[in-house]
Design a protein around this ligand. Structure first.
Ligand code: NAD
Length: 374
């Protein structure tokens, strides 16, 4: 989880030396990480805004193959250089890190080129289109001592972090099950199903909270609007700890729901991300099972205690995410949402996609070394 996943990278001394020169540079009395941001469609401008605001970062390039997108960038941030040519970004020795906000199908190739050029890399969710691609990127980053971070944005949001802390402290107890709904009207994607687009968020949250990868998934779905691109899916997952989870996702719903219920052995939680305040509620509710002392019937006792809404900090998740990427480059810490977390999510997505398209219970193929976070 949050704290334990922040262990320093195991770097060799040569890696550490390279990191000193490649990952940071002293400027005035602070450290500045020079970044290039690639992709300025729907999501990229949000990343750009946050990196521009970050005191420890300097945006040297914005790249997009679409000239119109670059014209918009130039209007808002006239001092940032723009290019349609990714090679220009990679060829600039000042650029230490690349932030990718391009379509999923491009993530692997663009990230691979950046790592091979010696750049730290941030990849928007999901990390890549297959476990094999994730493994290759992780191996490249580890061998070069470079930071590789995945944009599992919700892991940097105050409610998700707060729940992570509550789980870590033991207050909620062992997680028995989680059920989540993430539905709204649109945006229909043209290249990926709703599973890859929306379930990705729930899977990354679960991977962070539980500290383990799912081991199986089954589900159903339907392509209601675009042929062959499911826009509704109902997924059921199992985890090695015994926890079970259900995730509903859809781009076809009259209302926007972002509701997660988590039931622990001590307390229960409701996380509603559409609420403006009180996004998290902790219920001191439960059921105790008493074995009969003599031959007779067992007894259940229901407990309905206090309901508490913890105070949450108000940091914008994307700012926290961008700060964490820069901090990991500066310090050599491993990102909370590193390539292992990215791989766990992609493995679950691959299995969920198969379950929706082919039916049956599908095994989540996570390599042994990536099953549980350190
Ligand atoms: N974290 C979140 O909550 C969140 C939300 C939305 C999207 N995303 C992710 O962000 C990424 C981008 O999604 P989007 O909705 O912005 O897509 P989009 O299609 O709107 O934008 C992608 C942009 O990348 C550009 N592009 C494509 N190939 C390129 C290349 N080789 N070099 C340079 N530019 C290139 C396109 O011209 C386009 O402007 C996806 O991975 C998506 O899953 C994350």
């Amino acid at each position: 989880m949050w704290a334990s996943a922040c262990a320093p990278y195991p770097r060799s001394s040569s890696d550490a030396a390279r990191h000193e020169s490649n990952g940071r540079e002293r400027r005035g009395d602070g450290l500045t990480v020079h970044v290039g941001i690639v992709g300025q469609g729907y999501w990229g401008p949000n990343l750009l805004r946050n990196y521009v605001d970050l005191p420890d970062a300097s945006v040297e390039w914005v790249c997009d193959t679409n000239q119109v997108a670059l014209e918009k960038v130039h209007k808002r941030h006239s001092s940032v250089a723009v290019t349609t040519d990714y090679e220009v970004v990679l060829g600039d020795d000042r650029v230490q890190a690349v932030v990718l906000a391009t379509p999923i199908s491009t993530h692997f190739e663009l990230a691979k080129q950046a790592l091979e050029a010696g750049k730290h890399v941030f990849i928007e969710k999901p990390m890549a289109t297959s476990v094999a691609e994730c493994e290759e990127l992780n191996a490249l980053a580890d061998a070069a001592g470079l930071t590789l971070m995945i944009g599992h944005t919700f892991v940097y949001s105050p409610p998700v972090r707060k729940i992570g802390e509550l789980l870590e402290s033991g207050e909620i107890g062992e997680v028995r099950f989680v059920t989540s709904s993430r539905v709204n009207l649109g945006l229909h994607q043209k290249d990926v199903s709703v599973v890859w687009d929306l379930a990705c968020h729930d899977l990354s949250i679960l991977s962070y909270w539980l500290g383990e990868a799912a081991d199986s998934v089954n589900g159903v779905g339907r392509a209601c609007i675009q042929p062959d691109i499911p826009d509704v899916a109902f997924l059921n997952l199992t985890f090695p700890s015994g926890c079970v989870a259900s995730i509903d996702v859809s781009w076809l719903s009259p209302v926007k729901l972002r509701r997660t219920v988590l039931v622990g052995s001590r307390k229960m939680l409701l996380y509603d991300d559409t609420e403006s305040v009180e996004k998290v509620k902790i219920y001191d509710h439960g059921v105790d099972f008493r074995d009969p002392e003599t031959f007779g019937e067992f007894q259940l006792s229901y407990r309905t205690g206090d309901i508490l809404a913890p105070k949450l900090d108000s940091t914008e998740p994307l700012f926290a995410e961008a700060s964490h990427f820069v901090e990991c480059i500066e310090t050599g810490r491993r990102p909370i949402t590193d390539g292992v977390a990215g791989l766990q999510v992609v493995a679950a997505l691959e299995a969920a996609d198969r379950a929706v398209r082919e039916g049956g219970c599908q095994t989540v193929a996570v390599p042994e070394a990536c099953k549980r976070r350190a």
